[in-house]
Design a protein around this ligand. Structure first.
Ligand code: ADP
Ligand code: MG
Length: 643
């Protein structure tokens, strides 16, 4: 028997799509505020939004005649015909959100338009409008959503811990704030202001206010414009990395999107500058005509299709690379900043046990993290976990998706009295009008100095590992292995590109059998071997005999070649250069001087001379820094000659 579902039930089913969790409510409400033209939006949550979500805006308000329709499905003021969908610029237009939210929570809407003498106040729960009232207020809308899922306990049960739900809301609000620097957002969590942006339209200000100076002092601004699209934003210097991808944010026409391919293009530009498992931060917007972007009717969808995708992706890669290499990449040492960071770490004492645990885990084995310089040659792979950890922590426990797990003592859902109503609507006036004391402006970083390695006075060798040099009022500490490794790597890569390396006969020929039959791919593999000047004799379609190996200062081991061939089928689309790079890196690592090798002054000068001819040689091929600088002034501060 087919029956027509009562409207309240179909609303609750629809709510399952729109209202998955508190963060989805926040998203819908804030997007409505943005659509209403608000320039100030305040979001307040209590108990991760499970108890209360309150969004206040100074938008155009809801017309009196619309009030009764607010909670009906497919009630929207934003489109009138189907065609409108394709030209729409507003964020929502399905007219489903408020109906869905109201079907699973208790909602109070207070709103006033310029035409109204008074604000109206509507209370909705248990599938109907309970009350419509008037009250005083200013133009704008305030929507309070409390007791989410009070009537669908199963859904309530499936919510994640408060700390996770909270971090989802924070991540969302962060993205929204970043996508709209022209809107002043205030985020209040359990009565405490989490962040407040200034609505100045400057993305830099938003980033500074949300992530603080530890990020904003490490980012580079860039932009580029052509007929088809415009790219702008900030990328982090290679020295600023995170353990997660939480600070990688991409927008298209101001709308948050996710694109694995575009992310890859951006991150690939950092190649050789980052340690493994470390992720740069970026905040990039691509502007293009609306009709070049595949309109997604589904509001939750963040995957995109773009016209001119390849051109955009290539441009992104080149632009990021250019930007990175334009600026100085030498790590600097700042006594004050390190002191501040240490102070922050001390705050762990007042943090929750859970947060403490994270700290302890991260601090373990890194007791003197500021000066932690990893022990090199033995195992390069160990290095990945140490870089700039403590700065990372200060951000991570607050903003990344790797949430701090806090034990939930409130397992059972308690009904919360509906009477603790919205505060007076007057608080709209307060949105963001607080004194914004801290004014920080973007400073273009120092440009890369082509002569950085020129005229360095060699002071000597430290711990048989570091070379100390000085120029003017700056001392430069160079990691001898990292530096030499980079020099050797560049030399070998150049030899490969110019085909100017030698080859050497094997004592006994090596017989190799491909583990697959695809003749085209085998052909490509043989092409690769010829590029490496390996002499190949065919035994049959799959079986070959190799009689020589290439020599990059030392012969490349046959095992390295076999390793590439064994994995060739999965990688045949990659360039030969890319396939060879890891092997050349290994070869460079083995050829380079080691920590513990005593170097003569002549050898040091020769090494520095070789660095000079390279293009911005600031990291070894594994991404470790080659050079660290400490100014005379920093030394003076350390010794309290100046304060
Ligand atoms: P949609 O956004 O898809 O139109 P919603 O259910 O989210 O549907 O909202 C329904 C309607 O309520 C909107 O079309 C708009 O007219 C009105 N509305 C909701 N929130 C606000 C707000 N903050 N300010 C002004 N109007 C709003
Ligand atoms: Mg909406």
């Amino acid at each position: 028997m087919i029956i027509k579902l009562p409207e309240n039930i179909s609303n609750q089913i629809a709510a399952g799509e729109v209202v998955e969790r508190p963060a989805s409510v926040v998203k819908e409400l804030v997007e409505n505020s943005i659509d209403a033209g608000a320039t100030k939006i305040s979001v307040e949550i209590v108990n991760a939004g499970k108890d209360l979500i309150k969004v206040i805006d100074n938008g155009k308000g809801i017309e009196s005649s619309d009030i009764e329709l607010l909670f009906e499905r497919h009630a929207t003021s934003k489109i009138k015909t189907l065609d409108d969908i394709y030209s729409i610029y507003s964020l929502g237009f399905r007219g489903e959100a408020l109906a869905s939210i109201a079907s699973v929570s208790r909602v109070i809407v207070v709103s006033k338009t310029t035409d109204d003498d008074n604000a109206k106040k509507v209370t909705y729960y248990d599938n109907k409008i309970q009350n419509i009232d008037t009250c005083s207020g200013i133009v704008g809308t305030s929507i309070s959503v409390s007791d989410i899922f009070y009537n669908t306990p199963v859904r309530y049960k499936f919510l994640e811990t408060s700390s996770r739900e909270k971090s989802k809301i924070l991540a969302l609000m962060t993205r929204l704030s970043i996508s709209r620097p022209d809107i002043a957002f205030t985020m209040i969590i359990d009565g405490k202001e989490e962040f407040r942006t200034d609505g100045s339209g400057k993305l830099f200000n938003v980033l500074h206010r949300i992530y603080g100076a530890s990020l904003s002092s490490k980012i580079i601004e860039f932009n580029s414009d052509n007929d088809l699209f415009k790219i702008s934003g900030y990328i982090s210097k290679p020295e600023y990395t995170k353990g997660s991808k939480a600070l990688q944010v991409l927008f298209v026409n101001g709308r948050y999107v996710e694109s694995k391919d575009l992310s890859k293009a951006i991150v690939n530009a950092y190649e050789g500058l980052l340690m493994v498992h470390r992720h740069p931060a970026y905040f990039i917007n691509i502007d293009m005509p609306a009709d070049s972007v595949d309109v997604n009717i589904h509001p939750q969808k963040i995957e995109i299709k773009l016209e001119n995708f390849d051109a955009i992706s290539t441009k992104l890669f080149n632009l990021v690379k250019e930007t990175l290499y334009k600026y100085k990449q030498v790590r600097t040492f700042d006594v004050e900043k390190i002191a501040v960071a240490k102070e922050e770490v001390k705050k762990e004492e007042i943090l929750s046990d859970a947060t403490k645990k994270i700290f302890e885990k991260n601090m373990k084995n890194n007791s003197d993290i500021d000066f932690y310089i990893p022990n090199l040659e033995e195992d390069e792979s160990k290095l990945e976990t140490v870089d700039l950890k403590y700065l990372d922590m200060l951000n991570d426990f607050k903003f990344s998706d790797e949430t701090v797990e806090v034990s939930e003592d409130k397992e059972v859902y308690e009904e919360i009295s509906f009477d603790n109503d919205v505060d007076s609507f007057e608080d709209v006036i307060d949105i963001s009008d607080e004194n914004d004391s801290e004014e920080v402006v973007y400073n273009e970083p120092e440009k890369y100095d082509e002569n950085i390695y020129s005229n360095l006075d060699v002071v000597g060798q430290l711990f048989k590992t570091f070379i100390i040099t000085q120029k003017d009022d700056v001392s430069f500490f160079i990691d001898q292995h990292a530096a030499h490794e980079r020099v050797m790597f560049e030399r070998f890569m150049a030899e490969f590109r110019n085909q100017s390396f030698g080859s050497q006969y094997l004592i006994s020929p090596y017989e190799y059998e491909f583990k697959f039959d695809d003749l085209d791919i085998i052909d490509r593999a043989i092409g690769f071997l010829e590029n490496l000047r390996v002499d190949v004799e065919k035994i049959n379609d799959r079986k070959y005999k190799f009689t020589s190996v290439p020599v990059f200062e030392m012969p490349l081991e046959i095992d390295d070649i076999v390793n590439i061939l064994d994995n060739f089928k999965d990688n045949f689309e990659k360039s030969f250069e890319l396939l060879l790079k890891p092997k050349i890196t290994m070869r460079a690592c083995k050829s380079a001087v080691k920590a513990g090798d005593t170097l003569s002054k002549e050898e040091i000068s020769e090494l520095i001379n070789s660095l000079k001819s390279l293009n911005n040689p600031m990291t070894c091929p594994h991404g470790r820094p080659i050079m660290f600088e400490i100014t005379k002034k920093e030394f003076e501060k350390l010794f309290k000659r100046i304060v």
